[in-house]
Design a protein. Structure first.
Length: 747
């Protein structure tokens, strides 16, 4: 169909059917187009009783001639037989006192000819019905998602708002609204048209175009937007001939605000109006969206509330602030993840001490389906090097292993290691007839049987749940014990949920057994690139432009050699490997400091950040469901790693660990001016210290910026690039600085 077709249900005496309007935005109209569109209407909507034609950019004389000499009326006649339907041409009539109204000219077929009849006024219900169809199909009524409500600049709160920009995405739609808006105006031609929101500027231009084309106005007036309520105070001096267009309203509040500054009420036109609990607005309205008892379309009236009596606020619904018909979220609150001594509870500090210096920690640099990103703990090795853990685990075996056993499932633990533990626990007789396996698929079901599932390190909760689901059918009605040397979880809530899932069954929460000898808090791997994947992509991009400097090339080759690492996590460039200094508050550096690996430091920083995200709640503390969501970014707030972490923990290895352990979202300092300035100063201090033999964290900072994992505000990034050019830096750092400068326009 060439035209925009708008349809509404309409009652006419005893008959109820549909009335459609065909809207054309063409300047060179062809009657064959109308004939084809008429046929298409009846093919799609056989209940059509009347068809109206609107071609507001073509002169009425030409339209009458084209329709009278065409076949559209004759084609429609056989569909209208018995119901008195007509094809009618819409136009605007102006009375001597300057008032206007929309009229419809019917066309009749008789004696083989088509002729125009007498004009008749258009029923207002048709106008509102067609525009309601346009508004509704364009998603003009927006309902708040669960837990959210809207605040308008009028000071009212509601769970719905009208957005006129959605329906006005085509020239035909703008033409339809402009035509009926023009028909609702009166008085002299406007010297200016002032609109409340920018999206309806197109409606104002369309009004001017058709008014001049039909001789209603002499010239095209300028069009300006005054930004709804927020711009009323800044309006230029109004003139009696100004015309104001308001996109949508549920209270008439903006129109009343304009009349309070001496704008003539007759010069204010509201395009879409939906009633609310306030007294009904009596000004000029083009389309009434509210459902009426005598109508066949419309929305229920909306409810608006003042702040002090808003039920949504009392219910704790989030408030999304609006301006005009656009979202304008208030300045996003910034929460800062500040790691202090209280961020790591005593149990986490104790666990970190036991894990450090053991060689059990590795970091996955490049993830794969079989190897998730993040810290990997070798539980089998930990059982060998931690005598206390081994003793606790053997005690768990003695206490919780069902006897006799039908199945033993080993995950992250070798057969030889498990055999040694069993012998040490004196449980040889218990497992003598058990099937020991690493897979649970293909095993025969044993009703009322027993099983033992042993994890070296339980970090993949989804895998544990899959095994639990299989065990319920493998030993139905039986006993299953899940024992882990060390269990890793992101929050206490996540650990509690895992415990509940593995333990709960047909006999309640203690149907099965789950115990862990050691628990540790680490973030859950995310699907985004790891810091090392982002670094590798950056170096590859630089390598494609030109040969890498020796330091960068060595780092690139280092990344290519292994998917995991324990002591090659951070880039130091031409400086020695980054190591922890003495007096690290989260780890005892007085003993065997040389054995503390970069993976140990990274793990501790990842643990402290996980605790900070959970509102400083450790893994063994009481679970609060709001803890995790409080410290995650949303459209209403952003979480950043506090710049004070880089100021207080000034060891290069710690700064590198914070940069690698944080997510890119948590390093997006461009969202907050204060944080961006603070981070700029931290990096500049590293730059200035380089010539003095310091600044060992500078390569890591520049890599984070070049890889776009960390971002500063544009002007701060420009200042940093300018300062870097002033310093005498090695070639590889200058190349990183050049890469950062090249990325400025994408930030």
């Amino acid at each position: 169909m060439s035209a925009l077709c708008l349809t509404t249900r309409f009652r006419q005496d005893a008959y109820e059917g549909e009335a459609s309007v065909l809207v054309y935005d063409e300047y060179d109209f062809a009657e064959s187009t109308l004939s084809e569109d008429v046929r298409n209407i009846f093919d799609r909507r056989p209940a059509t009783a009347n068809i109206y034609v609107l071609a507001p950019f073509v002169s009425e004389t030409k339209m009458v001639e084209l329709i009278a000499n065409g076949v559209a009326v004759e084609r429609a006649r056989r569909y209208f037989d018995g119901i008195g339907g007509r094809i009618r041409l819409l136009g605007i009539q102006e009375t001597s006192d300057g008032k206007r109204h929309v009229s419809a000219m019917p066309f009749e077929y008789s004696d083989g000819t088509v002729h125009a009849g007498e004009r008749e006024s258009l029923d207002d219900r048709l106008r509102s019905g067609w525009l309601f169809d346009l508004f509704h199909s364009g998603g003009g009524l927006v309902e708040a998602p669960p837990g959210v409500h809207f605040g308008k600049l009028s000071g009212r709160h509601s769970n719905k708002f009208l957005r006129a920009s959605g329906p006005l995405l085509t020239s035909e739609a703008c033409a339809a609204v402009a035509f009926f808006a023009l028909g609702a105006t009166s008085g002299k031609a406007p010297s200016r048209i002032l609109v409340d929101t920018a999206p309806i500027i197109a409606v104002a231009f369309a009004m001017a175009r058709m008014a001049v084309a039909h001789g209603l106005w002499d010239k095209y007036p300028p069009v300006k937007s005054f930004s709804s309520y927020g711009g009323v105070e800044n309006l230029p001096r109004t003139r009696p001939t100004d015309l104001f267009l308001i996109s949508a309203s549920t209270s008439g509040g903006l129109a009343n605000r304009l009349t309070s500054i001496n704008v003539d009420e007759s010069r204010i036109v509201t395009l879409f109006y939906l009633e609310s609990g306030a007294p009904e607005y009596t000004g000029t309205v083009v389309c009434h969206l509210t459902y009426r008892n005598d109508g066949l379309f419309g929305y229920p009236a909306v409810s608006n509330y003042l702040l002090q009596n808003c039920p949504f606020c009392r219910s704790g619904h989030f408030l999304a602030q609006l301006e005009g018909d656009q979202f304008l979220l208030e300045k996003r609150a910034v929460k800062r993840l500040a790691v202090r001594s209280k961020a790591q509870p005593d149990d986490a500090r104790s666990a970190a001490e036991r894990l450090a210096r053991t060689g059990c920690l590795e970091v996955t640099l490049f993830k794969s389906p079989a190897r998730p990103a993040g810290v990997a703990v070798n539980g089998e090795l930990l059982l060998d090097v931690d005598a206390q853990l081994r003793a606790d685990f053997i005690r768990m075996l003695r206490r919780f292993a069902p006897a006799p056993l039908n199945y033993v499932v080993l995950l992250g633990l070798s057969d030889a290691k498990f055999d040694a533990l069993v012998r040490e626990a004196g449980l040889q007789a218990v497992i003598a007839s058990a099937t020991i396996t690493n897979e649970v698929e293909g095993l025969a079901s044993v009703p009322n049987g027993t099983a033992l599932v042993v994890f070296g390190c339980l970090s993949n909760h989804a895998r544990a749940r899959e095994i639990n689901a299989r065990m319920r059918t493998l030993v139905p009605g039986g006993a299953v014990a899940y024992l882990s040397a060390i269990t890793v979880a992101e929050t206490s809530q996540a650990l509690n949920e895992l415990t509940m899932f593995l333990s709960f069954g047909e006999r309640g929460r203690d149907t099965f057994t789950f115990r862990s000898a050691l628990q540790f808090m680490l973030p859950v791997p995310t699907p985004v690139d790891t810091a090392w994947e982002a670094e590798h992509k950056t170096l590859l991009r630089m390598k494609e432009k030109k040969a890498l400097e020796p330091e960068l090339d060595a780092r690139f080759n280092e990344l290519n050699t292994s998917a995991t690492s324990s002591d090659k996590l951070f880039f130091s460039g031409c400086r020695p490997k980054l190591e922890i200094a003495r007096d690290f508050v989260y780890l005892d550096t007085e003993k065997e400091r040389e054995r503390i690996s970069q993976a140990d430091i990274f793990t501790i920083v990842a643990n402290t950040l996980a605790c900070a995200r959970a509102d400083n709640q450790g893994i063994s503390g009481p679970s609060r469901t709001s803890a995790f969501t409080t410290w995650s970014s949303s459209v209403y707030g952003h979480v950043l790693v506090c710049p004070s972490n880089f100021e207080i923990y000034n060891d290069a290895v710690l700064r590198a660990a914070f940069l690698r352990a944080a997510s890119p979202s948590e390093l997006l300092y461009s969202v907050d001016e204060e944080c961006s300035v603070a981070m700029l100063n931290v990096i500049l201090a590293e730059v200035f210290a380089w010539d003095e033999g310091g600044g060992a964290a500078l390569p890591e900072f520049l890599l984070a910026l070049a890889a776009s994992r960390m971002r500063l505000a544009t002007r701060h990034l420009e200042e940093l690039c300018a300062r870097l050019k002033e310093r005498t830096l090695p070639s590889y750092l200058r190349d990183l600085a050049q890469e950062i400068e090249g990325l400025q326009n994408t930030f």
